[in-house]
Design a protein around this ligand. Structure first.
Ligand SMILES: [Zn+2]
Length: 497
């Protein structure tokens, strides 16, 4: 089975920040998990380099839009690498291959009779690069997202006949209830559709910075259509061979600010081009940094680059999905980060790993003993893999992490229940000690395989120390003992201030 996952592509009108990193990390969790399942995975991220928001920023900086893109695109590439994103390709919408394919698809939509010339009049937000309907306007004709006053603009351009797709979109939502998740976002998109769809601009005049409309050299393709098409075009030129048949349709991870474009315009446009609609999409919320007490080591602002530098990208990934339920808005803080780092990563997990490896080293010459797993512990692990798979099938990243963390805590309780250090003092308890050490090694191996998508660097180190060379989920079934283990320095060292 193929699994194709995408992040939004990011406007090159500013430096990358935690919001961008969040989408990258989420898509990466899904990509890594699906690879562990043996799926054929393609993971795409990239930059959105055309359109007004970029042209305006370039003008403010006194550079050309292309120069701005050339400077900022590598910053986004670097950020993806820093958060541990295992993307297979990084698309820039200024790529020749993208532009050519955008024109092909737009021409097809035109040839299919879904494009006409007309005049548009409406409230335009240059920062959204979007016209707002009356119902979307904030008080005093403002953009509800950017809180700036909007101007009424009239222009002659090409229109996409979105209204013709209302019924087909409603049917799509009915037939595939999981097309947009979570549910409250699905309902939001569906009520927008049911509210009545108006045709939308497909092109913009007087703008030089964009992909030319193939049949009208005076207009460029409206940046949103050019940008959405990246998900499709990339497969055509990312490799020497065309990957479209192998990977399309995509699963999209996006933020709530771009819901309408992805959940309404995008499937309709694909229908118009006679291309299969996406496999689905998950809409995440915002990580909010409000008033909170300062942490001792990180100051007031959770800067992703600083966190990664000092604590590693695994800690950032873990914190973001653990602190805020993926899909919802939620508060984050530097103090909250430190607390979870210390109590959960360093104590719950890091300490469990250190103790387990140290006890096997000390009591059994660093070889996992041969034994049967403790039945009550094994019972608590039953079905966990299936539950994690089902949750990640629906991109329920925080719930999946929660499921695995329950097992980490269960293993800690098992250590306290069995007290292997006491068993080691009692010569008659060799059997129970074997059972305890074997069960801990196995439990730790299983949770670490399940945690790999969330904590890829840590999991790789720990699996190697446990003598597990494979990362595939097919390895989850119990294995016998006999593996050589190695002690490790603390996986999550104490915070120094
Ligand atoms: Zn706006």
């Amino acid at each position: 089975m193929a699994f194709y996952v995408t992040t939004p592509i990011y406007y090159v009108n500013g430096e990358p920040h935690l919001g961008h990193a969040y989408s990258d990390m989420a898509a990466d969790v899904l990509a890594r998990h699906m690879r562990q399942r043996g799926e054929d995975v393609f993971f795409l991220t990239g930059t959105d380099e055309f359109g007004e928001p970029v042209a305006q920023q370039a003008e403010r900086e006194g550079v050309t839009p292309r120069e701005l893109g050339d400077r900022l695109a590598p910053r986004f590439q670097e950020m993806a690498a820093k958060v541990g994103a295992s993307n297979d390709f990084f698309i820039r919408t200024t790529d020749e291959g993208h532009m050519r394919r955008v024109q092909e698809v737009v021409q097809r939509v035109y040839d299919n009779g879904h494009v006409y010339e007309g005049t548009y009049e409406g409230w335009y937000c240059p920062r959204c690069a979007d016209f707002k309907t009356e119902s979307e306007l904030g008080e005093g004709n403002t953009c509800p997202i950017h809180k700036i006053e909007l101007t009424r603009e009239t222009e002659q351009n090409w229109f996409f006949a979105l209204s013709k797709f209302q019924e087909r979109l409603e049917r799509l939502y009915e037939e595939r209830p999981d097309f947009v998740a979570p549910d409250f976002r699905r309902n939001e998109a569906l009520s927008f559709i049911k509210g009545g769809l108006q045709d939308v601009s497909l092109s913009r005049p007087n703008l030089k910075w964009g992909v030319p409309v193939p049949w009208d050299a005076d207009q460029v393709i409206y940046v949103w259509f050019d940008a959405l098409l990246n998900y499709y075009t990339a497969l055509g030129y990312a490799r020497d061979e065309d990957l479209t048949d192998r990977f399309w349709p995509a699963f999209h991870v996006i933020g709530k600010d771009i819901l309408k474009f992805h959940a309404v315009y995008w499937p309709a446009f694909l229908m118009a081009a006679e291309i299969e609609v996406p496999r689905g999409m998950f809409i995440h919320g915002y990580l909010l940094m409000g008033e909170h007490k300062m942490s001792k080591s990180l100051g007031n602002v959770l800067d992703p680059f600083e966190v990664i530098e000092r604590f590693g990208s695994d800690a950032l990934r873990f914190y973001c999905f653990r602190e805020v339920s993926f899909g919802r808005d939620g508060q984050i803080s530097t103090a909250g980060f430190e607390q979870r780092y210390e109590t959960e990563l360093a104590n719950d997990y890091g300490n469990l790993a250190s103790r387990t490896l140290a006890m096997i080293d000390r009591y059994r010459g660093a070889v996992v003993p041969e034994a049967e797993p403790a039945p009550d512990l094994a019972a608590d692990f039953d079905g966990a893999e299936e539950r994690v798979r089902a949750l990640l099938d629906g991109a329920r990243i925080s719930q999946a992490l929660d499921e695995v963390w329950g097992l980490v805590r269960r293993l800690n309780r098992y250590v306290e229940e069995t007290r292997p250090w006491d068993l080691a003092k009692d010569g008659a308890a060799a059997g129970p000690l074997d059972t305890a050490l074997y069960s801990l090694a196995e439990g730790l191996r299983v949770v670490t395989l399940l945690l790999l998508p969330f904590l890829p660097d840590t999991a790789e180190k720990l699996l190697a120390a446990l003598g597990e060379e494979d990362q595939d989920l097919s390895r989850l079934g119990a294995r016998g003992g006999g593996q050589k283990v190695e002690r490790l320095p603390p996986l999550f060292p104490k915070i120094e201030t």
